[in-house]
Design a protein around this ligand. Structure first.
Ligand SMILES: CC(C)(COP(=O)(O)OP(=O)(O)OC[C@H]1O[C@@H](n2cnc3c(N)ncnc32)[C@H](O)[C@@H]1OP(=O)(O)O)[C@@H](O)C(=O)NCCC(=O)NCCS
Length: 273
């Protein structure tokens, strides 16, 4: 395993390997959900477009599919991919779908590498994170007005946000202080693949486990599902991808949970003593 900032080769490997895993996933998902349309799966369950030069922003940027630059050009590409998919499906030939898709997509990945390295080094993907590696929503949860939703990204890159045992607890204290003052909330909650990861769940009180919802198998394009294939250096986690391909099950499925800030504060004390 490398250390420090990723090299150009590692950044390209992340893009190519993620796209390749997505192509494998599309084939498999549509084998199990033959009623779903190819373009729906492509646009909603994977984030291939983000990894191409059609995305003007960083890898985790919000993308408006209707308004991407050169969207007519992208549509031509998407139509070709769909044609290759349909023809390969008739012959049950995944290899030909994979080969043709990668031939079309890889040239669109190379041009991102330098920009992605700059974005990683300048922390572009975490610039809207108000509390280190945590970001809170700018309004309370619609269904639970006492609750604020939050999101997670590794602002400690190229190190792990789990390395210093007091770091994430400190991020949570800042988040709760700010959110209680701004929104008058008394609960925090999130939906993430991390809720299936023991070292993440150890940060929370027992109530977090008690309030945990079911695992979601309704795979969506975003990091709530696919973030697990990034490691702390923001390179590709090949081990997890192999496990996904071997078992057909995404290793860490997202679950939703919440707890009271009072319970969280009591629990976090142990990290600071
Ligand atoms: C969250 C995140 C930082 C991962 O956490 P992490 O534990 O710090 O990641 P690490 O790089 O330390 O490693 C994860 C695992 O992959 C392994 N790993 C990392 N790089 C590896 C490599 N090159 N080869 C083999 N294994 C590797 C590690 O050993 C570790 O395994 P372990 O947990 O069994 O020890 C990372 O997934 C991320 O940034 N994701 C994007 C953001 C995200 O998903 N947010 C949630 C949105 S809801």
């Amino acid at each position: 395993m490398g250390s420090g900032y990723p090299s150009k080769d590692e950044v390209l490997d992340y893009l190519v390997s993620s796209v390749n895993l997505s192509i494998w996933f599309i084939w498999r998902w549509l084998s199990e959900h033959p009623e779903e349309k190819f373009k729906y799966t492509f646009n909603n369950r994977v984030s291939i477009l983000h990894k191409t030069t059609f995305n003007p922003g960083h890898l985790d940027a919000h993308l408006d599919l209707e308004n991407i630059p050169k969207s007519a050009e992208w549509l031509i590409i998407l139509n070709s991919l769909e044609r290759y998919y349909k023809s390969a499906r008739k012959k049950n030939d995944f290899s030909s779908f994979e080969k043709h898709s990668m031939e079309i997509l890889v040239p669109l990945l190379n041009g991102r590498v330098d920009g992605d390295i700059e974005n990683l080094k300048s922390g572009k993907d975490t610039e809207k994170y108000q509390c280190g590696s945590l970001r809170y929503n700018l309004c309370v949860d619609q269904d639970n007005p006492k609750r604020i939703g939050f999101h997670i990204a590794n602002a400690c890159f190229p190190c792990s946000m789990f390395d210093d045992k007091t770091y994430l607890p400190a991020c949570f204290v800042v988040l709760m202080n700010q959110c209680e003052a701004k929104f008058g909330i008394s609960e925090i909650g999130t939906s993430t693949w991390l809720n299936s990861l023991p070292k993440w769940n150890a940060l929370f009180p027992d109530a977090w486990q008690k309030n945990m919802g079911p695992a979601s198998e309704n795979i969506q394009w975003h990091y709530g599902f696919w973030g697990q294939f990034l490691n702390s250096r923001k390179t590709f986690n090949h081990g997890l991808a192999e496990q996904f391909k071997k078992t057909g099950k995404m290793p860490f499925l997202p679950r939703t949970s919440w707890c009271r800030t009072s319970e969280m504060r009591s629990h976090l004390k142990k990290f600071f003593t």
